[in-house]
Design a protein around this ligand. Structure first.
Ligand SMILES: Cc1ncc(C[n+]2csc(CCOP(=O)(O)OP(=O)(O)O)c2C)c(N)n1
Ligand SMILES: [Mg+2]
Length: 514
């Protein structure tokens, strides 16, 4: 069929290695067929939203755009949760949806909708499959340009004349001389690295600094979190036990690298002046009130100046020791995360869903690098961890992947676990259950609101996982957790581990942290 081969060639040459989603009988299947002939497998998912997020996660880890495919109308509509998750997290994705050509007669109305408008608020743009030889490349570049995110490619039965949108040039802002002078003047600078630091490959320079280096959730692991300068997460809302709370009031300069509003839970000016290293203007970031701004292309020059500064590592070490021993108290998620780290020597990839277990995980997990800890740190999109973990495990089948979910996220995408069974992925799904939505329950308790919608029925999920081809166990003590972790051989395929916790202790575990 004319043109599909060329489109598939272009997709292959862009570095796409696999695609996800649910096809229909039209152009999507023709494209999938053309991709398969070029050794780009298509993975059938149970829900388009999961496929889009799996693809976007592949994009995040590969540093190139991910690819998902659906039919038009309902298919694209179902893909929206995954597209939106990719948009929240800034993961690069091209979602290809079948489409009517622009200007198709109004009588062709079956499954018709304004698809560009549907994805508008959760995408960077959309374009049609066109005769332009760089049609896919233009959309893929748009998805990867700062800040990355999803793009819709509308796929009519034949290419159209319309030209795809192209990525705007990165905006360079700032004053390098002023930035370097600010660093030279400071005695106690600290760095907060956002995901831009990862995309620009600044990890090695940050690792050498002898001042505290925080990261946003999206950049967790930008410095090895077992290193003495790793200060853990910066969220904007850390409480009295966190390094964030204790060090930000002592520093005299904050250096933010891609510190954007969407990567933080709260945005307000710091006590010390902020030197902001940025690639593009991002909404809301001005609320940090940077005193100095500098372009990301000058980041190395700024960090060279920071390399001469030494302070804070002794305080940081004290604070960290206290926080980590608190994490080990009792049978709670902190000790389970530490058991996972011991078992896999911090070489497994952790994918955290959202909830109190994630708040603890953000502090308890010492990520070795940014590809070994993924989460919905920006959207805090409950349920996202399972498709993310599946995408990660499909992308990299050698690293054990451990998805950690709570009572809220476990059910949404459960059927997708069949992909792990089919491909024998090295994926362990861990359910940390207090039989409640603890993070919401806190509010209900404080304000005397109903807790009824926040409590589960206490049933185990082990049987459900078993039925879907993933063997599971329930482990009620740390010893049982350790035994279950020891019994799992990642190369033999997926497994499920359910860990119940006492609800009231669990609800209280974030006190003083967030
Ligand atoms: C898609 C989506 N829906 C709802 C929420 C709101 N929310 C945040 S945490 C949470 C409950 C989490 O409960 P659970 O998974 O049991 O984790 P816990 O807080 O108990 O550790 C909910 C409903 C969300 N973040 N995302
Ligand atoms: Mg819970």
């Amino acid at each position: 069929v004319s043109g599909f081969g060329e489109l598939a060639d272009e997709i292959v040459s862009h570095g796409v290695t696999q695609a996800f989603g649910i096809p229909g009988g039209g152009a999507s299947l023709t494209l999938i067929d053309a991709l398969e002939r070029r050794n780009v497998p298509f993975h059938l998912t149970r829900f388009e939203g999961a496929g889009a997020l799996m693809a976007a996660t592949v994009g995040r880890l590969a540093g190139r755009t991910g690819l998902s495919v659906s039919i038009k109308g309902p298919g694209l509509t179902n893909a929206i949760p995954g597209i939106a998750a990719a948009w929240f997290e800034g993961f690069p994705l091209v979602h290809v949806a079948e489409a009517y050509a622009p200007g198709a007669p109004a009588a062709q109305a079956h499954k018709r909708m304004n698809q560009g408008a549907l994805v508008g608020p959760v995408s960077k743009g959309h374009g049609y499959w066109s005769r332009s030889s760089s049609c896919f490349a233009d959309l893929a570049s748009l998805s990867c340009a700062e800040e990355p995110g999803p793009v819709l490619m509308e796929l009519p039965a034949a290419p159209v004349d319309a030209v795809a949108p192209t990525a705007p040039a990165e905006k360079v802002v700032g004053d390098l001389a002023a930035a370097v002078a600010a660093v030279r003047r400071s005695e106690r600078p600290l760095v907060i690295a956002g995901s831009l630091a990862r995309r620009r490959g600044l990890g090695a320079m940050l690792a050498k600094l002898e001042c505290p280096v925080f990261s946003t959730a999206a950049a967790k692991g930008i410095v090895d979190e077992a290193a003495p300068n790793a200060a853990g997460p910066f969220t904007g809302v850390g409480l009295e036990l966190t390094p964030e709370h204790l060090l930000l009031e002592r520093c005299d300069l904050v250096i933010g690298i891609g510190l954007t509003a969407r990567e933080c839970l709260a945005t307000k000016p710091f006590a010390a002046p902020l030197l902001a290293i940025e690639a593009v203007d991002t909404p809301g970031t001005a609320a940090f009130e940077p005193a100095t701004r500098v372009a990301i292309s000058d980041a190395e020059s700024v960090l060279e100046a920071v390399a001469h500064k030494q302070w804070g590592l002794d305080v940081l070490s004290e604070v960290m020791t206290r926080l980590q021993s608190r994490m080990d108290e009792g049978m709670l998620p902190g000790s389970v995360f530490h058991a996972i780290e011991r078992r896999f020597d911090r070489r497994a990839r952790l994918v955290l869903d959202t909830g109190y277990f994630c708040t603890i995980g953000e502090h308890a997990v010492h990520a070795r690098d940014t590809d070994l800890c993924l989460m919905s740190g920006q959207g805090r999109y409950m349920g996202a961890a399972l498709p993310m973990a599946l995408g990660a495990a499909m992308h990299d089948r050698t690293t054990p992947t451990i998805a950690v979910l709570g009572d809220g996220g476990i059910g949404m995408y459960l059927a997708e676990i069949t992909l792990a069974a089919r491909h024998r992925l090295p994926l362990l799904t861990v359910l940390m259950t207090d039989n409640a939505f603890a993070s919401i329950r806190t509010r209900a308790m404080r304000d005397h609101l109903t807790e009824r919608p926040l409590l589960m029925d206490g049933r185990s999920w082990v049987g459900a996982f078993d039925a879907l081809g993933v063997p599971g166990t329930r482990a009620g003590s740390l010893r049982e957790v350790e035994d279950a972790l020891a019994a799992w051989t990642p190369l033999d395929g997926p497994a499920f581990l359910e860990v119940p916790f006492a609800p009231d202790e669990y609800e209280a575990m974030v006190t003083g942290i967030r």
